[in-house]
Design a protein around this ligand. Structure first.
Ligand code: ZN
Length: 252
């Protein structure tokens, strides 16, 4: 079975074993490392799944970036603060043209307001558009008449990453690099490697056949339900072990 927590951990370990370092998108923009992976997460919904990803990464000493939408199904103050406290970057997954039904004046106001609110929870220096396949709008169009750099935003992956140098992989549609599933989550790239299953990527890492700089986009809500169940299981197990250890130490 693919897209399970087991597969996910194997994938992270294969990256580490292949000698890659991990940077948040902010850090990559400021000073990119030579052999590096950016773990990007678009938190479209079910933020608790993203918290699982964040915790597993933290256990392995890995950092990533998490982009939250300003809608109830994504935005959760407690989870945002928790993920930030684990050392990950928080960013804004904006969709203001869709939200304001194409009114660009309202859209930039909406963007600014949400950015301010998010910055009350964590530092925010990068953003990433949410590309709803159901929306007729392209939210990136906000930047035809506005400049996010004036709002203290240093980068937006779609504008500030050279995808001829940074290999891009996305889990859209529970497969990898499947263009038929993504309407707008597409980049122009000269790389030609294609993967369907996570195992193929792990093998490529094991054989050191992947480019030096890679951006992975994960949609944690799309990962198997077993993922979250497994994590709760692990968490309960840890709590049980902790209680056992405490009991033992008290008895001593
Ligand atoms: Zn999205």
């Amino acid at each position: 079975m693919d897209f399970t927590v087991h597969k996910y951990k194997s994938l992270l370990l294969s990256m580490k074993n292949a000698g890659y370092e991990f940077q948040t998108y902010n850090d990559f923009i400021i000073q990119p490392k030579n052999k590096v992976i950016i773990l990007r997460h678009d938190v479209d919904l079910n933020p608790e799944n993203s918290l699982c990803f964040a915790e597993i990464q933290a256990e392995l000493g890995i950092k990533g970036v998490y982009y939250f939408r300003a809608v109830k199904v994504s935005w959760d103050d407690t989870i945002i603060k928790k993920i930030s406290s684990l050392g990950h970057e928080i960013g804004y997954h904006y969709e203001n043209i869709t939200t304001t039904n194409g009114n660009l004046n309202l859209a930039i106001k909406d963007f600014t307001k949400n950015l301010e609110l998010l910055r009350k929870l964590a530092p925010v220096s990068t953003i990433c558009m949410h590309g709803s396949p159901l929306s007729k709008y392209d939210n990136k169009d906000l930047w035809k008449t506005n400049d996010y750099k004036l709002l203290g935003i240093i980068a937006e992956p779609y504008f500030d990453t050279d995808f001829d140098k940074v290999f891009y992989l996305t889990d859209t549609g529970r497969t990898w690099n499947s263009e038929k599933f993504s309407v707008r989550d597409k980049v122009n790239s000269s790389f030609t490697q294609k993967f369907t299953e996570t195992n193929e990527i792990i093998t490529a890492f094991n054989q050191n056949k992947l480019p030096n700089q890679i951006m992975f986009t994960f949609h944690p809500q799309r990962w198997n339900n077993h993922f979250i169940k497994w994590f709760i299981e692990l968490f309960n197990q840890n709590v049980k072990n902790l209680v056992k250890r405490l009991l033992i130490s008290i008895r001593k």
